[in-house]
Design a protein around this ligand. Structure first.
Ligand code: NAD
Length: 358
């Protein structure tokens, strides 16, 4: 008996111009190893810094959240007029108990002139990389000169990326770890073994911050938490507050904020989501891009307390995606997705569908 022709064979091949490069999780992991983790963190910090220098050429808006009792799903769009980008990202602190990630993400770039997507990429790994690069970039501008010791409070998915980025970009030599879950600290210490960092697991948050010039908080809890209380933060430190990034989710005592010089990404978003949601809406803050562009001073002196109130902004993801697009092209580490219907006659979308009938 003759076999029936495979109906799939009658479906026209997708046109090459409409195939969308797709960087999967597996390709992203290969890409990081091909470039090298440390060079990639440095490259990402440089790319974000370049984008912050041309801050005014981007369209900016607060990200668009959908809140639930468990967490938040957010869309983060921006464009520089040539390229459009967005990231889909979630933050669900209780996920971990169910064996799921707190933060997952993917992102897209498109050509502003045709609207056609030019890249679809995993961004769970890329978010950890860009967040660490961003934190270290901020610290390069704000941390006390000669900072060598960093406390990392919250030893989950972001923590090792933060430690390696600060080693590479700021010159941190010792990381002091603390997490309410000792298994997280053990995992982090194990992963950082052989990284060139001196790794010191600590029994309390107080012990972790002993002698640290930089304090990173990267905890996940959907509430107004006090990871650092007022008496724990003395003069001459840089605070890198990563985990307070959504309404009702903060990490620092309000009194610390009142003593700190506060640096933010995009004030309208940070006032809603960052540590400064605890302050009056007109409390003075400095936009980090202005420090990077040399328009505003950063650290005022050795004894100042600087705070990078990190929430994550669309321009950082845009810069990271543009970088990944270039690297994917260079290395061939991507697949092509048949994502966009693109008939030869652009008005014959219906005809294209009907010609594919089984
Ligand atoms: P994760 O769930 O993998 O890790 C969080 C860790 O914090 C866990 O190990 C948990 O035990 C610990 N923790 C919770 N409460 C604590 C406390 N009171 N003291 C000490 N440790 C505590 O999450 P993750 O992916 O590492 O993300 C960490 C945080 O960073 C999240 O809140 C996330 O939303 C945020 N985040 C921010 C950005 C940004 O750009 N600012 C980017 C990514 C993630």
């Amino acid at each position: 008996m003759n076999a029936l022709p495979d109906p799939a064979l009658r479906v026209p091949a997708p046109s090459a111009r409409a195939l969308v490069p797709f960087v999967s999780v597996a390709d992203m992991m290969r890409l990081v190893h091909r470039v090298g983790l440390a060079p990639m963190l440095r490259d990402l910090a440089d790319r974000i810094e370049d984008s912050f220098r041309r801050w005014e050429s981007f369209e900016k808006r607060e990200r668009i959240p959908a809140h639930s009792a468990e967490g938040v799903i957010e869309l983060m769009p921006t464009t520089d007029g040539e390229v459009y980008g967005f990231k889909y990202v979630n933050g669900h602190p209780r996920n971990m108990r169910a064996g799921l990630q707190t933060v997952t993400a993917f992102g897209l770039l498109a050509d502003m002139h045709t609207g056609y997507p030019v890249l679809l990429s995993e961004m769970t790994l890329l978010t950890a990389l860009r967040t660490a690069a961003m934190s270290a970039l901020a610290a390069r501008h704000l941390a006390p000169e000669g900072s060598r010791v960093m406390a990392v409070i919250g030893n989950g998915a972001q923590s090792e990326f933060q430690a390696v980025a600060f080693r590479e970009i700021v010159g941190i030599e010792e990381v002091r770890l603390w997490d309410i879950d000792p298994a997280a600290t053990e995992k982090c210490a194990r992963n950082l073994h052989g990284s060139g960092l001196r790794v010191v697991p600590c029994a309390t948050a107080e012990e972790a911050i002993l002698g640290a010039q930089v304090i990173t908080t990267a905890t996940a809890d959907k509430r107004l938490a006090t990871i650092l209380s007022d008496n724990m933060v003395g003069p001459g430190v840089h605070l890198n507050a990563v985990g307070g990034d959504s309404p009702g989710k903060t990490e620092l005592a309000r009194e610390i904020l009142l003593r700190a010089d506060i640096f933010v990404e995009y004030p309208p978003q940070t006032r809603i989501e960052g540590e400064i949601q605890q302050l009056d809406p007109d409390h003075p803050v400095t936009e980090l891009w202005e420090v990077i562009a040399g328009r505003r001073p950063g650290r005022r002196g050795r004894d100042a307390i600087t705070l990078f109130d990190s929430v994550g902004f669309a321009i950082e993801d845009f810069a990271a995606l543009v970088y990944v697009r270039e690297k994917a092209r260079e290395t061939g580490l991507f697949q092509e997705l048949d994502l966009i219907a693109d008939p030869d006659d652009p008005r014959d979308l219906y005809g294209m569908l009907m010609r594919a009938a089984p």
